[in-house]
Ligand binder design. Structure first.
Ligand code: URA
Length: 436
């Protein structure tokens, strides 16, 4: 078999066989196929697309490129959660302890982020002492004892995805439904959970900008999961404006803690309750969504979710003072500057993609895999879309350590916001739910 023939076949719009896909994934992971040929194939896939069968073959080839985690030592139904990625998306920090406090087992492997802010692991590392590199034994023990653990992805978890994702990121081939579906589901299958809850984002800050495309992606992933015996549910949620009010690593941890204490932003709490209710049903801890939601509302009110978060942080070496007093124990930027309303009216749009870009400009995210990350910087929104604002009132505040970066970020942030004289139509927070 020759890589050239696979590229030609896909370039001409023909489907690849399982053998051909296995040849590509194995060859690329082991370094026998060079980046330039892999890039050419990815671009051909981008334009010619893949059939459902090809996507399923690609997913399994990538899942099997490394170790498949054996979580049989974890008692109970294990439910994993994955988001396709968004701006201000700190859902895992709230959701995992929330559902774990209701008896769901959440063994979560998370990545570091490329893009606007760090990934879940970067965010957690703003807590002094927190360690994400657990041994398999520690990981399993913590899930059994606390109900959850969040560890960094090991190098041997779907290594094909790691290599291909880095290549896609530099060749403008990320936003393809089959490639995203295979990337997400290969990691979830290799992570070893019994069931999977997907948060598929839609809007300006998501890979999928339209609800239609997000629905196609969700259906494809639910079908792949179901076909390999991992019951999968996908919730399509809004990412046109950032989620919550804080964007930036330590700022997002602070907001997650506030949400676990029952005083977080309404949209973040609402999304966590919705996603969590689906996780409870998947884990057979509630008979339906309504009951699941009620259970979780109680866990927030009686502080069980917050206590679970604290136990999880302590178990992974984090300073408990950062949880009980985040204002004083999480990294803080030195300076701040606010964007103020230039006219009276209603907040019409806050484009998540632009806010993400502003945060990246401040240094909260990585431009390349090797870039250092500033955990203290970010943006706090004082208003959300649809709210009334008076001229001179603060729309958002930038927290920064570098004057030049703040100036550039300010210009980007200003472009993210528009003000209208009429109140805009509200966008739903959850658009639809895809079940098997
Ligand atoms: N998240 C992933 O894990 N992979 C993608 O391709 C896109 C989002």
């Amino acid at each position: 078999m020759r890589m050239y023939d696979l590229i030609l076949k896909k370039r001409n719009g023909n489907p690849l066989s399982k053998l051909e896909i296995d040849f590509f994934v194995n060859g690329y992971t082991t370094g026998k196929i060079p980046d330039y040929q892999a890039s050419a194939l990815l671009m051909a896939i981008y334009f010619q697309k893949m059939t459902k069968e090809e996507t399923a073959h690609l997913t399994l080839a990538m899942a099997n490129s490394g170790q498949i985690l054996d979580l049989s030592q974890v008692q109970g139904i294990k439910v994993d959660k994955h988001s396709t990625g968004g701006v201000g998306d700190k859902v895992s920090l709230v959701l995992a302890p929330l559902v774990a406090s209701a008896g769901v087992k959440v063994p979560k492997m998370s990545g570091r982020g490329l893009g606007h802010t760090g990934g879940t692991i970067d965010k957690l590392e703003s807590i002094p002492g927190f360690k994400a590199d657990l041994t398999q034994e520690q990981f399993i023990n913590n899930v059994n004892a606390i109900g959850m653990a969040i560890a960094g992805q090991t190098a041997d978890l779907a290594p094909a995805d790691k290599k291909l994702y880095a290549l896609r990121d530099t060749t403008a081939t990320v936003d393809n439904i089959s490639l995203i579906a295979a990337s997400v589901m290969s990691k979830k299958i290799a992570s070893g959970a019994d069931k999977i809850l997907l948060d598929v984002k839609t809007g300006s800050g998501a890979f999928m900008k339209t609800v239609e495309d997000s629905l196609l992606l969700a259906k494809e992933m639910v079908e792949i999961g179901t076909n390999v015996g991992r019951e999968t549910v996908a919730v399509i949620s809004d990412m046109d404006q950032p989620l919550g009010l804080n964007i930036g690593n330590a700022l997002e941890v602070k907001e997650a803690i506030a949400t676990l204490q029952g005083h977080g932003p309404q949209d973040l709490e609402e999304l966590c309750l919705t996603l969590g209710a689906h996780m409870l049903v998947l884990a057979e801890k509630s008979k339906d969504i309504q009951e699941g939601r009620q259970i979780l509302e109680d866990k927030l009110k009686n502080s069980s979710a917050y206590q679970t978060f604290k136990k999880f942080i302590i178990a992974q070496g984090g300073d408990p003072l950062a949880v009980s007093d985040p204002e004083n124990y999480l990294p803080k930027a030195k300076e701040s500057v606010s964007l103020k309303a230039w006219e009276t009216g209603f907040i019409n749009r806050i484009l998540a993609e632009q806010v993400g870009l502003a945060t990246l400009t401040l240094g909260a995210g990585r431009e390349t895999k090797e870039s250092p990350i500033d955990l203290s910087v970010g943006v706090t929104l004082h208003k959300k879309v649809g709210e009334e604002i008076r001229q001179g009132e603060r729309i958002a505040t930038i927290y920064y350590n570098d004057e030049a970066k703040a100036e550039a970020a300010f210009a980007v942030l200003k472009k993210a916001v528009s003000i209208s004289s009429a109140k805009p139509e509200p966008r739903p927070l959850v658009f639809s739910v895809v079940t098997p």
